[in-house]
Design a protein around this ligand. Sequence first.
Ligand SMILES: Cc1ncc(COP(=O)(O)O)c(C=O)c1O
Length: 481
Amino acid sequence: MDKFRKCFLSFFCDRLNTEMEAAAFSVDDFGFTFLEEGFSARDVVEQKINESSMSDDKDAFFVADLGDVLKKHLRWVRAMPRVTPFYAVKCNNSRAVVMTLASLGAGFDCASKTEIEMVRSLGVDPSRIIYANPCKQLSQIKYAAAQKVQMMTFDSEVELMKVARCHNDAKLVLRIATDDSKAVCRLSVKFGATLKASRLLLEQAKDLGLDVIGVSFHVGSGCTDSSTYVQAISDARCVFDMGAELGFNMTLLDIGGGFPGSEDVKLKFEEITGVINPALDKYFPADCGVRIIAEPGRYYVASAFMLAVNIIAKKVIMKEDPSSDDEDDGNYDRTLMYYVNDGVYGSFNCIQYDHAVVQPILHKKPKPDEHMFPCSIWGPTCDGLDRILEQCQLPDLQLGDWLLFDNMGAYTVAASSTFNGFERPDIHYVMSRSSWQVLQQIRTQGPPSLLEESCPSGMPACCGRESSLELPAKPCSARVL
Ligand SMILES: Cc1ncc(COP(=O)(O)O)c(C=O)c1O
């Protein structure tokens, strides 16, 4: 039996035996509508916009393609057959997303009682949850214990003492620090023990009679340097060896998140996995008895969500000194300010919290010779901070026109507020019938054969791969779909 086949079979059996107790949800439970043959999520956006044209109700809205989440899962299974994903709920806690991943047999990284509650309410077994927050409130550790959630991370002695006090059955995972200096969102400034501290912590855990089952790390969200994973995997090996010296039976490696969720990034998903797989084989070979999991967040959801916002106000700013402009046509001496009905206190909080750079897509195709103006785009609240884009090039748009933003699924809806009384946009979930069939197939039979070159029945041949998108130049211009 070749190595790849062996690897797949062990992954497949592992999944069937321990994780494929996925609950059966109906289409109504998910709350999605089927995409008719030949229609895409983008067509649904168009349809919603057309429907709104007859009324004044032009609220911002999302269209989320759950089939895209499924494609990501198939892509994951193909790229990293040894690594079981535990979806990081914090990234997008929409019930339909979590349900999709629960149906696919994924595990879940929960950061709090509320996230555990939500995942458990969908019938997910506690063995499929890791409470991956190294600094937990005591009462929430008690809740995890009551829910029989055993796996949890720690990186300090105080955390060990809290766990020793109220969770006898905890299976602890030591979070180590990484060099995340090149990540878009750094996490190791706040979390993670050094190698030196790890030995002390293992000794303290031993003294307290606690069970340490493994090591976790996070290379930072939006990782731009795949060698960080390699270093972290090698560091994890050191900690496993320390654990063995102290008599721990360590069997879990958690390689965290940091994987890209769209194609508009420098470091592509397969480039990262192409580096991770050999590192895992080197430091944690398939027969070493260590189970490997990860905590992907943005990877699963970023590209599934498209946001449509409406222009609710506009200002034309004339240049103070038009004569200084080369172009002396009166049309060219102005900049435009567009105000739309979602902003940085809402779905665009990703600009502040996730360092996101967003790029508008024009809903109405401009004429080939249409003049573009320097523009800025603002959210609806009364705060001056509520700016979505400082500079971009757009045509002369009118009130009621729409702008679209894609790749809006990660760290958007999960952290948006209703500041100033602006409601969160509705989310319209869609899925194609073929994706639904594949989802049911996976739920009942496990993931499709990795040895099949083609995609499972009904999936487009390119499943799991989106078309490339260009990185926006600064100042960005609107794209037209
Ligand atoms: C502990 C932990 N795991 C996983 C994630 C998800 O990271 P990503 O969205 O980069 O995959 C995060 C993000 O902050 C995290 O803090």
